[in-house]
Design a protein. Structure first.
Lengths: 286, 252, 289
């Protein structure tokens, strides 16, 4: 009586859906593995010390990506230095100060809107505002400022999330001792959001490394070798922009794949770092 | 005792290394209400969920002994779990209608088991809702979301949903513990009506409820079946000291 | 002393308020700039002629600025990416949220994060060298750089957003629903698709909308594989998207041509705002549950 098997139709449905799930999951996974393997296989052989340590020269037809590496480092540093105080401050305002629900809703809606805007539009507005209106010309600084706006929501969100986990009792304890609001923020709230800030930084670095459309018209695509201060005020390509230029405009696929392999390696590293820090902080809090 | 529909023999159950049921043996009589009582963690819910093999979901569960439903071993490899659960339905502690319309909630089971055709489904839905004594309250809003009903109505809808697949047995896991007194008494009344057609096994925390509605009562303690018998006898003349202590409220 | 402390606290409060409002200012800045710089060209060309004009010949002797082909390419490209990417991402999400063992799930989830982290130019590069030649050979077309290539690249690029948001939505489905379904005799697979998925439908809808936003806004990867000619969209032809229209001419444009590019950006921005509003609608509905 209980051994009436499932009807054929049901069995077919179950089998079909199950197969579909496995196929799709396998496809997604295979795609990731393929992309990593392909890019590394094509790129790593093209990475040489000369490529990493020189700047390009049309005279000797040499391609060197040192300037692009440095530009990337500069732009990461500049962006983080500016976006951190802004993003953390905004998060603190939202969790510690803002009482008006409407204001909070407006700010959060604005942050969500920012994270939905495509980078090409950031690039355009960055060009109009920073390069032209503020007279910065095409420069790494203009690029960094554009990236600041793009990464603001990320830093805000991760900081906010970690602030929410600071127990209310800590704040009350500090207030109870007669500390002013600013003192409470400095001594209790800020130390509590370190994990959020670090997570936000890692995510932002990943985003900055991968960004290209927003930088094309703000930071430009020069390959000059500069120090950091000189570099920030002059135009320069980051690794991604250089990849684009080498692949699309110059047909130098060797160099493009070398850069792609480096970027892939960095992406792997950043993902690993994000996972590890998350695990570390979770264990620490538990 | 009347003829039994489920026979449990020497049932033991482990969650990992922890034994949750110890050598439980009992017969459940057809078209009667059997109440399972005992303090929290005594294994009564675990026992109930073993009867329709809902414990299969939990990783690390080990079961020995036998459960015969209509003379068939429910753990037999030839047993189809889907068919077993169709015949042994379940109502949960917290009302859990699907976030769909009232109609779709009731029609879900029959549709799953391959019933097609609007007229047929309409019929099943109406009959089930009538049997669960909720038809008059919802007949004008069958297409409305079930989550809009009150807690008591939701629980009766869940009973209707269970009835829609024409089970023989209805397992109820503390079905009134999340409800107010009025809804509770409605469910109790309903249970008494339903036993005309169905066998009901009900887990309850509420001793009065067990005394009011059940024909037989089983008292569990620490995974053991301490005492099992006709409800009136168990409550008036418990054989075991532990049963007496429990029903007089000395612990639990 | 007290007064001094109080005014200090007020000042700090003011500073934080300014920081809090900075996102709002950024949104306003972007909106205002796009409107101010986008309107003049539309005015000069004429709204209807601009939006529905079929030819874009910005460098011709008698230039014509119709962006219908860009709009349609963006719409078709996005739709194509959704048609391919959503089913794959959705099924993967159900697998990850309901079927996969914890270990498989951890591995797969880090793979999906990685997919999200790969720079778009890398997608473009791989697309240029694998996809474009493959399409040329497979479909016997003169050039593989086409709408179809862009659709494939976009459908891969939207996978992570779709998978992540859907997994979150599916995991949030109360276990009670699934228990009820199983207790009625439905099998696990039937339960996932007939109870869990409908219960998570707002979240899954949000995932799809997010994918739409990602696809319509992508510029670089698309630029590298779509050929970039201002044709009306056709699967195996070189096409230009709204995003790539802006990017491809910006560096050498001037005058009305340049202004028209800003107008294109404005149109793209309006699309994105519409998508954001839809996304918010679905997210709010998910939260209310």
């Amino acid at each position: 009586m209980l051994n009436a098997k499932l009807s054929r139709k049901r069995r077919r449905y179950i089998g079909f859906m199950r197969a579909l799930m496995y196929v799709c999951a396998a496809l997604t996974y295979a795609l990731v593995l393929f992309l990593i393997a392909y890019v590394l296989a094509k790129g790593v052989p093209n990475i040489s010390w000369e490529l990493l340590s020189t700047s390009p020269s049309y005279l000797t037809e040499r391609i060197g990506i040192l300037p692009d590496i440095l530009n990337t480092v500069y732009i990461v540093i500049a962006t983080l230095l500016i976006v951190l105080p802004l993003g953390v401050g905004a998060a603190i305002y939202l969790t510690e100060y803002a009482k008006n629900k409407k204001v909070v809703a407006v700010i959060e809606y604005a942050a969500e809107t920012l994270s939905g805007i495509p980078s090409i539009i950031y690039g355009l507005v960055g060009m109009l505002f920073f390069c032209q209106f503020l007279g910065m010309q095409t420069s790494l600084l203009a690029g960094a400022l554009t990236l600041v706006i793009m990464n603001l929501p990320t830093i805000m969100r991760t900081t906010q999330e970690s602030l929410k986990t600071v127990p209310q009792s800590y704040r009350e304890g500090a207030f109870g001792l007669g500390a002013g609001k600013w003192r409470v923020i400095r001594t209790v709230v800020l130390p509590g959001c370190v994990d959020g800030v670090i997570t936000g930084c890692i995510l932002s670095v990943g985003r900055i490394l991968g960004e290209s459309a927003a930088l094309l018209f703000t930071a430009g695509f020069a390959h000059a070798l500069n120090g950091i201060f000189e570099g920030l005020t002059s135009a320069g390509a980051t690794l991604t922009v250089a990849l684009y230029v080498y692949a699309k405009e110059q047909g130098e696929f060797g160099a493009a794949f070398a850069i792609a392999a480096i970027l892939m390696g960095l992406t792997l590293l950043i993902n690993l770092a994000a996972t590890l820090t998350q695990r570390y902080f979770r264990r620490k809090k538990a | 005792m009347m003829s039994s529909i489920i026979t449990i023999d020497n049932l033991c159950l482990w969650y990992g290394n922890q034994q949750a049921l110890k050598n439980v043996s009992l017969d459940i009589a057809k078209k009667s209400i059997t109440a399972l009582i005992g303090p929290s963690g005594c294994g009564k819910s675990t026992f109930l969920k073993t009867l329709n093999r809902m414990n299969d979901l939990i990783p690390g569960v080990k079961i020995t002994g036998s459960v015969q439903y209509e003379k068939t071993d429910i753990f037999d490899s030839a047993t189809d779990v889907s068919e077993l659960r169709r015949q042994i339905g379940m109502v949960f502690q917290k009302p859990n209608p699907f976030p769909m319309s009232i109609y779709d909630n009731v029609a879900y089971g029959p549709r799953t088991h391959g019933v097609k055709g609007k007229a047929k489904l309409d019929d099943i839905v109406e009959r089930s809702l009538r049997d669960a004594a909720i038809w008059n309250e919802v007949k004008d809003r069958l297409k409305k979301n079930a989550l809009g009903l009150s807690g008591g109505q939701q629980q009766r809808l869940c009973i209707a949903r269970a009835l829609a697949v024409e089970p023989a047995v209805l397992l109820m896991d503390e079905p009134t513990s999340a409800l107010d007194p009025i809804s509770t008494s409605k469910i109790e009344e309903l249970a008494l009506q339903l036993k005309e057609q169905y066998t009901i096994v009900i887990v309850t925390h509420n001793m009065q409820q067990a005394a009011r509605i059940s024909d037989n009562t089983a008292f569990f303690l620490l995974g053991e079946l301490v005492e099992y018998g006709v409800t009136e006898m168990l409550f008036s003349q418990p054989r075991d000291k532990r049963t007496e202590d429990y029903i007089t409220g000395r612990f639990g | 002393m007290k007064g001094k402390k109080k005014s200090f606290e007020t000042a700090v409060h003011g500073v934080f308020l300014l920081l809090g409002l900075i996102t709002v200012c950024c949104v306003l800045l972007i909106t205002v700039y796009l409107i101010i710089s986008g309107i003049p060209a539309i005015r000069e060309i004429g709204l209807i002629k601009f939006l529905f004009g079929k030819t874009w010949a910005s460098t011709a002797a008698e230039p014509s600025y119709g962006i219908l082909s860009f709009i349609l390419t963006s719409v078709y490209g996005t739709a194509g990416a959704i048609v391919i990417g959503v089913p794959i991402g959705f099924m993967t999400a159900v697998y990850l949220a309901k079927v996969a063992s914890p270990r498989v799930k951890t591995v797969m989830e880090s793979a999906v994060s990685l997919l999200a982290g790969i720079p778009s130019v890398v997608y473009g590069l791989v697309g240029m060298l694998i996809l474009v030649p493959a399409i040329r050979k497979l479909f016997h077309v003169p050039d593989g750089a086409s709408l179809f290539a862009a659709i494939i690249v976009l459908s891969i690029m939207i996978l992570p957003s779709i998978i992540k948001v859907s997994v979150t939505a599916l995991e949030a489905v109360p276990k009670e629903y699934e228990d009820a379904s199983l207790a009625l005799g439905a099998t696990p697979v039937e339960t996932y698709f007939k109870v869990s998925v409908p219960a998570a439908k707002s979240g899954i809808a949000a995932a799809v909308v997010l994918g739409v936003g990602r696809a319509i806004g992508e510029a670089m990867a698309v630029m590298m594989v779509s050929g970039n000619a201002a044709n009306m969209p056709s699967l195996f032809q070189s096409v230009r998207f709204l995003t790539t229209a802006v990017a491809s001419e910006m560096s050498y444009s001037g005058g009305l041509q340049r202004q028209a590019l800003f107008s294109i950006a404005l149109v793209l921005f309006l699309f994105i705002m519409l998508i954001n509003a839809t996304l918010n609608f679905f997210l709010k509905r998910t939260k209310e549950r």
